[in-house]
Design a protein around this ligand. Structure first.
Ligand SMILES: Cc1ncc(COP(=O)(O)O)c(C=O)c1O
Length: 442
C-alpha cells in the first residue's frame, strides 16, 4: 500500500504550514477566501478586519485595482525574462522609482524575493565590500538579541530570537549580538519612542573592543523590532549606533522589511528616526504583499567599490532566478502608484495620534502589562499564564479571529500593523474587538 494522500479539496494533511501550530490549525482551520480594502472574507463568508496588513505587507489594503491591473497586463506582455545578463525595462524603472524614495545617497537597488533573501544579500554585500575595498579581515557580523531578520542561515545567525535558532546547528561563524532595547520597568506604557535606554547602544563599543573593530564587517538592526513583539528604539539609540559604526568603518544595515513603505508615516524608518544606514533591506510593502519581492538599497560608495576589474566579468557573485521578476516589478510599480495617488506613505503620521489614544485606552483590560506604539504599529503585552508562556497570547489570537479581527501574536504580545488606508471607524472596531477578547481570555 502506498502512503500517498488521497487528493481531495478539503484534505488539509499534505500542506505543512510555515510558522503554524499545524495540528491545532487542522482541527480548527482558519481560512480566507477573499479580501477587499480593510477586510478579509473567510471561506464561511465571515468578514474579518485586517489588523496586521496580512503579515505586515498589505500596506495599501487588499484588492487594489492599480496593482491587479498591472499584474494582469504584465502576465500578457512579458511573463519572465532571465535575471542574469539580460534585463527588462520595468526592473530599471522600478529601481529608479525606489531610489527616488530612499534616503539621500542610497542610489542603487538589488532585487530579491523576500525579506530573508534581502537580509542574506545585504550581509553578502557588506562582506564583499570590505574584501574589494582591501579589508578582507572584516568578516564579523553583529546582530542584536531579540532581532528578527528572516529565516535563512545568515538571517538567523544575526537574529536574536532563540526559538528561530536553536534547532539549526552552529549557523554562521563570527557572529555576535548586542543587547536588546526592552526596558519594561522604565518604559512600560510609553506613548511613542521611549526615553530610557538609548545608551545601551554603547554596548557595541564593548563588542568592538572585544573583537577589535577591524574584524567587524557590519551591524544589522531593525529600526523597530517587529517579530519579537514590537520594540521601539529608545531616544538616541539609532544615532549612537550610527556614530559608533562610522567611527570604526563598520557598515550599518537597517532591516526595514516592516518599517519600509510608510509604516511609520515616512517612506522608511531611516527617515522617521533621522538616521541613514549604509544598506537597507526591504520586502513586504514593496509589492503590497501581492507578489513576493524584496529589495536591498545600497549606498553609492559601496556599490561603486564593486565596479572595478575587467568589464566582461561579473562584479558580485550573487542573485536569484527571480531577482527583478517582471510580474513582481509590475506589482511593485502598481503599489508605488497606489501609495503616491493616495498619499499612503505619510498617512500613518495623520492617523498616529488617534491610533495611539485608542490603543492606550486598553490599558485597564485584564493582564495587560505594557502597551507600545509608533506610527501605525501597536503592541499589547499580556502577562503569561504561569508555567504556560504563549498560551494566553494564542488564545487571544484565536478568539480575535472568531470575533472578526486579524491580529498577530508573538508569545504573549499582540502586535498590530493595519493597512495604511485604515479609517477611525476601523480603529474603533479593532480596539472594541480587542477589549472583548482581552476580557474573555482573562
Ligand atoms: C525585520 C524583518 N526582516 C526579515 C523578515 C523576513 O521576511 P520574509 O518572511 O519575507 O523572508 C521579516 C519578516 O517578518 C522581518 O520582519
Amino acid at each position: 500500500m502506498s502512503d500517498r494522500l488521497e487528493p481531495a479539496p478539503n484534505d488539509l494533511r499534505a500542506f505543512w504550514m510555515p510558522f503554524t501550530a499545524n495540528r491545532q490549525f487542522k482541527k480548527q482551520p482558519r481560512m480566507f477566501a477573499a479580501a477587499k480594502d480593510m477586510h478579509y472574507t473567510t471561506t464561511e463568508g465571515r468578514k474579518v478586519l485586517d489588523g496586521t496588513s496580512g503579515l505586515w505587507c498589505c500596506n495599501a489594503g487588499h484588492g487594489r485595482p492599480l496593482i491587479t491591473e498591472a499584474i494582469q497586463k504584465q502576465a500578457a506582455e512579458l511573463d519572465y525574462a532571465p535575471a542574469f545578463q539580460i534585463g527588462h525595462p520595468k526592473a530599471f524603472e522600478l529601481a529608479n522609482r525606489l531610489v527616488d524614495l530612499a534616503p539621500d545617497g542610497m542610489d542603487h537597488v538589488f532585487f530579491t524575493n523576500s525579506g530573508s533573501e534581502s537580509v542574506d544579500t545585504a550581509l553578502k554585500i557588506a562582506l564583499t565590500y570590505h574584501r574589494v575595498n582591501g579589508q578582507g579581515e572584516r568578516t564579523r557580523l553583529i546582530g542584536r538579541e531579540r532581532g528578527y531578520h528572516g529565516v535563512n542561515f545568515g538571517g538567523i545567525s544575526v537574529g536574536g530570537i532563540s526559538g528561530n535558532r536553536k534547532m539549526f546547528g552552529s549557523m554562521l561563524n563570527g557572529v555576535d549580538h548586542m543587547p536588546h532595547t526592552h526596558f519594561p520597568e522604565q518604559n512600560a506604557f510609553t506613548r511613542g519612542v521611549p526615553e530610557h535606554g538609548g545608551d545601551i547602544a554603547d554596548e557595541l563599543e564593548k563588542i568592538c573592543a572585544l573583537h577589535d573593530p577591524s574584524t567587524i564587517a557590519a551591524v544589522i538592526v531593525e529600526p523597530v523590532a517587529g517579530s519579537t513583539g514590537v520594540l521601539i528604539p529608545p531616544t538616541g539609540y539609532l544615532q549612537r549606533l550610527r556614530k559608533i559604526c562610522d567611527k570604526h568603518g563598520i557598515i550599518l544595515i537597517f532591516d526595514e522589511v516592516i518599517t519600509g513603505f510608510g509604516r511609520l508615516g515616512e517612506n522608511f524608518g531611516a527617515d522617521y528616526f533621522g538616521v541613514t544606514p549604509d544598506l537597507m533591506t526591504t520586502a513586504k510593502g514593496l509589492t503590497n504583499g501581492v507578489i513576493p519581492m524584496g529589495a536591498v538599497f545600497v549606498k553609492k560608495e559601496i556599490h561603486d567599490a564593486f565596479m572595478n576589474g575587467p568589464e566582461h566579468l561579473i562584479e558580485f557573485f550573487h542573485g536569484y532566478t527571480y531577482s527583478g521578476n517582471p510580474m513582481a516589478c509590475a506589482a511593485a510599480l502598481g503599489t508605488l502608484d497606489t501609495y503616491a495617488e493616495e498619499g499612503l506613505l505619510t498617512r500613518a503620521a495623520d492617523m498616529a495620534s488617534y491610533w495611539e489614544d485608542a490603543l492606550h485606552d486598553l490599558k485597564d483590560c485584564p493582564n495587560v502589562i505594557d502597551i507600545r506604539n509608533v506610527g501605525l504599529i501597536g503592541a499589547i503585552e499580556l502577562s503569561p499564564v504561569e508555567g504556560e508562556p504563549a498560551k494566553r497570547g494564542f488564545e487571544a489570537f484565536v478568539k480575535a479571529f472568531d470575533m472578526g479581527c486579524l491580529i498577530r501574536i508573538t508569545a504573549d504580545t499582540i502586535a498590530l500593523s493595519p493597512p495604511l488606508i485604515i479609517e477611525k471607524n476601523h480603529i474603533d472596531e479593532l480596539m472594541g474587538c480587542l477589549r472583548k477578547v482581552l476580557n474573555e481570555v482573562a
